[in-house]
Each structure stands twice: as C-alpha cells, then as structure tokens.
Design a protein. Sequence first.
Lengths: 362, 428
Amino acid sequence: MAEFWVNMGPQHPMTHGLWNMRVKIDGETIVDAEPEIGYLHRGYEKIMEVREFQKNVVLTDRLCYVSSVTWSHAYCLAVEKMAGIEVPPRGQWIRVVSLEIQRVASHLMWLAAYGPDLGLLTGLLWALRERELFLDLLQLLTGARMNQNFPRVGGVRNDLPPDFDKYCRKVVNHFMKKLDEYEDLMHSSKIFLMRTQGVGRISTADAIDWGVTGPNLRACGFDVDLRRKEPYETYEEVDFEPQVWRGADGGDSYARFACRFGEMRESCKIILQAIDKAPSGPYRAKAPRRAEGEGFARTEDSRGEALFYVIGDGDDRPYRVKIRSPVFCTMAATPLMLRGNKMADVVAILGSVDVCVGEMDK
Amino acid sequence: MSGHLVSPNLFELTRILMDGILRILSDAIKALAPVGSPVEPLRGLGDAILTPWLVDLLSWLVAITIMVTWVAAILLLTFMWIERKTYSRLQDRYGIMLSVWSLPFWPFSWLARRRHKPTHKGLGWLQNVADGVKLVQKENITPAKADSAMFHTAPVLIASSTVLIFAALPFSEGFVIADVPLSLLFILAAFSLAPLGILIAGWSSNNKYSLIGGMRAAAQLMAYEIPLLLAVIAIIFYSGTLNVIGIVKGQEVPLAYLGPIAIPAWNILSIPQFLGFVVFFVAIIAEMERIPFDIPEAEAELVEGWVTEYSGMRFGLVFGFKWLRAIAGSALVVILYFGGWSGPVWVTLTPTVGATVIPIPIVPHEVWFLLKVFVVFLVFVWISWSVPRVRIDQILNIGWKRLIPLSLLALILAALFVLFAPLPGGIR
C-alpha cells in the first residue's frame, strides 16, 4: 500500500477538542505526523489587554475548561508579582487546596478520556464517577462546577465553607480506595500494558529541547516539579513526592500514565495537609486598581508548566500579556513520539500527553 | 425420551401445522363451491393445495420464517439487551430502561398516566426496538465517490451470510432447519463468509478509515480462522462426526459418577479439548470482532472503521450482525465444549395418564441450551468491557505465534488420547 495522509481530526473521536493530527501512514505504520492547531484560537493575549486586571480572571478560567483554577491562579500570581501584592497566608493555603482539588479533577478527566481511547469505556465512567466528587468539593468551595472564577488578585474569592475539611477527608479517603480499583483496571491489566509500554517514547534530551514540561517530562525521568523547584504559594511547607519515572526506560505512554496516576495520590495528600495547616486570618489582600511593572509567574499546571508574563503601564489593564501553554509546546514534540509507531498508537500516545485544546490554541 | 420442545423437529412440526391449515382451507373451498354450482371448477383448487410437494414447500418456508424470526428478531434483541444492561451495570449505571409504559400512544401512555407508572424505569428490552425504528427512519446516504453497487451489496452479503449460519445451527435436537451430516463445516464456512463482505464494505466506501478497517478485518479474521478450525479438528477426533447434533450426543454420556450425580463427558472436561477450548474461545472473540479484538472498527482511531460511511438501517444491518455472530459464536462454544443442550441435571416426571406413561421434561433442552448460551455470552460481555483494545500487530502476534501452536498442541494431544483411548483412571 502506498503511503497516504490520514486526518485524525478536527471531527474525530480521538481528538478531545477541536484540532487535527495528520498522520502519514504506510500500511499501519506512522511515517510522519503533523499537528494542525488553531481551530480554537480566541486571541486571549489581545483580549486581555483591553480588560481590567481583575476581570481577566474570568477569561483565564476559560483557557482550560477542565483545569480552570490552576490557570486563573497562574494569572493572579503574575499580576500579584507585578503589583507587589502579598497574599495573606490563609489565602495561600486555600489556593493550594483549590489547586490540588482541581488537579485531581483534571487528571480524572484525562483518565476518563484515556480509557475510551484505548477501547475501555468502563474507565471513562469510573473516572467520571469519582471526578464528580471532586467537582462537588469545588462547587462547595467556589460555587461552580466549571469555570470557577475563584482566585482573585490578592487572594481568593471566599473563605473555606464550614466543615470543608470534613468533606475533603471523606472524599479523599473514598477516592484512595477507588484508586486501587483503577489500578486493577489499568495498571494490572496485561492488555493495558501491551498498549502503553514502549509506545510514544521520547528521550529526555528531545523532550527538553522541544519544551515538554510537567508530567510528560517527569515521565522521561527528569525531575521538574515547579512546586518543588520554584515553590509558589505554600508548597514548600507541604510534604509530597513529585512523581518522576524512576525506571530505566521512561518517556513512553506508560511512564506518562504512571506519573499522572501517581500525581493523583500525591495531590490527595496535599489537600489533606493544606486543610489542616491553613491558619485563620484574612484570605484576601486589597489589590490596587492600577499597577506598573512586569510580572512573571510560572506554575505547575495539571499539564505542565504554565507561564504568565504581564506588563502593566500604570493603567488598570495590562499593557501586554504572554501566555505559555504547556500543551502547545508538547504538541510540537508529538510527531517525534508518533513516528515509527502503529496507527492505533496515535490514541495511546496523544491520550497520554493529555491535550487540552483551550489552552493550546489560547 | 427426548426432552426437547420442538419435537420431533421443526420441519415435522410445521408440516403438521401446515397440513391442518391447508385441510381446513381445502374444506372451506369445497364448501363454498358445492357440486353443481357455477363455481364447481374451484373444487380442483381445493384438492390441488393438498398436493404433498406444495405442503412440503410451504412447511419449509414457514420453518425458515420461524427460525429467522426467532434468531434475528427475538434472540438478537435479547442479546443486545443482555449486553447493554450488563455493561451498564459494570460501569455503575442503570443502562437502558425503556419499557412498554414509555410508548407515547394509547393505551400505554394513557394507562401509564392513570396508574402513575414511571415511564422510563422498565427493563429496557424495548430500547433496541426503538433504536431499530429510529434507524429505519434515517436517511440512507451513499457517499458521492463510493462504488455504489458494491457499497450496497456489502451489507446484504454480511447480513445474509450471517443468517445462513442458522440454517444449520441447532437450538436443540429438533429445533433446527437442516440437519445435514456436515453441519459444523457448513456453520464455520458461513461464519467465515462475512470478512469478504467487510472487505468489500471497507473498500467500496472510498474512505480511508473504512479502507484501513476493512484491511484490518481481513487480516484479523484470516489469522484467527486457522486456530479456530484446528481447535474444531481436535473436537472431531473425539466425536468422529462433523454433525453438531452428533457432537452433542457424544457429550451426553456420563464421564464419572460423584455419588448419585453423573458428570457428563463434556469436551471441556478433557485435557486436549480444554487447550482447544482456550484457543477456540479467544479466536471466537476475534471472529465476533468484540473488544479486545475489535480493531476493524476501533472507534478511537478509525471513527467506526469499515462501518463509518453507512447510515440508516444499512448501518443497523452491519452493526446488528455482530450480535447475530455473537449468538452463533456463543452457541458454537456451548455445542462444542459444554455439552450443547444436555442438562447436567435431567429430571423427568412420569405421571400416568390413563394407561400410558408420559415422561414430561421439567426443563426442556431448548431452555438448557439458551441458559448456557446466555452464560457464555455474559462471559464475552464481561471480558469485552473490562479490557482495552489490542493493537493490530499484537493481535496478529497472538493469533499466529500463540494460538496456532497451542491449537496444534491440542490437535496432537487429542490424536494421542484417541489412539491410546483407555488410559488408566479414565483420563481423557
């Protein structure tokens, strides 16, 4: 059979969102691949220039609709650095709680999508079942299941609701048990290992060169958890283990899966510690309306390193905003991972890098 | 005494029925056209419809209709219902719940409202009927650049070749259309016709996903046909016949006695046939195109594989035939390895009616057979919805490098066991 291009997208079950992966196949083997993105480009960086600092939080929520809090938090952090605002400790701890709940919810959404990618629809429904609990927690905390609009420049919108720690403990303890069930369904399934081990391998050097970050880089065995390397908020005070692939042959789909999977356990630990350690006091500092200067913040988003660079020129809106999306950079490296694999591996690989089109296209 | 309901067999039963109906019809015609009336020549028609060959022909047609209705309507919908309900429970949800109270017209809607019936809290068997009705209503789209003739032939070929299996597949000793001497060969031949249709469907759709799906189907089904047949040959060493009814009869003899309970000599209870069973079971999953071997229509990467371009009821045909194959596959597993319709506990009542003793089967053969088929199918469903899909090269590796050697081993073992039949301890 001659080589030909197959469009996997923009309307395709493989793409979780609107984008296109063109693969050139020779029989079943992928010869070349080429991501086509930009279907969801909304011009975020430009829109943000004409809105006030605080109003941009609503926008940044929509950057990634399954991981809203982490994105608006990264933006708030950058603005705070620019304006020199100190967030009160309780505000920082509440941020950590909401960030980690959001991270687990986001990872569960990824797990839910990875199941049907490999043909395991049961995984989808099981993961969504537990995601519901974390969305309930977020709803309790922020009032919304999606696009929470929770972080504020200078803190968070509201305090922890009464008995929140009780609910958190209940959910986390339940979830820890369910994680073992997932392990039975995925980790200890021979067919799952056959599908994920050794496919989509990328070397550490290549991954760094192409700007792969977050769990995808940690899966190569390179320790880059920004919560440890460059602690923001109160992450230096919590005890957790950054999930890095320790085995010999990392960088494949299975390593990425294992890192993300382990991260859910660690996030649960952080949630429990954070609700215990949060001191009483104010949760939000008064933020000035106008600011001048440059702010730069990078955080460990659910999908990698999220970076916001905000310039203020003394007005009440940013002069310029730059967003670094982790998925955008990872997407550039996907042809490297895809080449030489089988066509069915496209889903096993792209599912494991966790694509979120909202933030990729900005 | 045979314990099957359809007795002595489907054809004889329908023939008695047809004979009665035609006799009544003939009498009615003769009564309407008495001798001496102007329509007297019609009496010849009354005699003509009692011609033996005509009665035979009509009986055959009715028997075939009964079988097709039973398999392709009742059993197919039941299988779909079992699958959808079971995997829903595996996934922690209720699944389909459409019931007769959900029907939006009189008297059901009226009664449901009067009796405060919840309209969507039934068992859900009717959901598949509703889906079928929906598919019939939909437009049949033929892609502009598709090979129209082939595109339209393929669903017919696939569906008809699958229905063909049930010409020889028995549900009990009597509930079978044609009891031919080589029925197992016929069943397997009809079973392996569908890949041709799938390849045609994939190719004629003029769609890359369909083409890849069709090619995958051809490669996979060809690879798994061989171990399947080798495992069947191992069975034939034991049964000595290619007739499915004969194979079941060979398994009805008792193998050993545990006190009063007789253990039947099911094929699965012997060493070589157990190996063969493992091979057959895996291969039949691949032949049915179920997860983990459903790569021809891997919806994650190939949209719907070779089914992609079909719409309307044509899609319903090519999609629903999978369950027909599932019926045939589960039935084959039961017939070849689990003693077919012979029940492990067979009870008969012998009350005396007047002077004659009538043995009444408590559980008829057909019911035993269906129970076993449902259990085997449940195992298929259980496997399907708890494992991911296997990749194409891995599928072919499993087929060629694992299953074929294993089936050959089963074959050689079976030959040795038959050669040295009376092993000490009754090991077989």
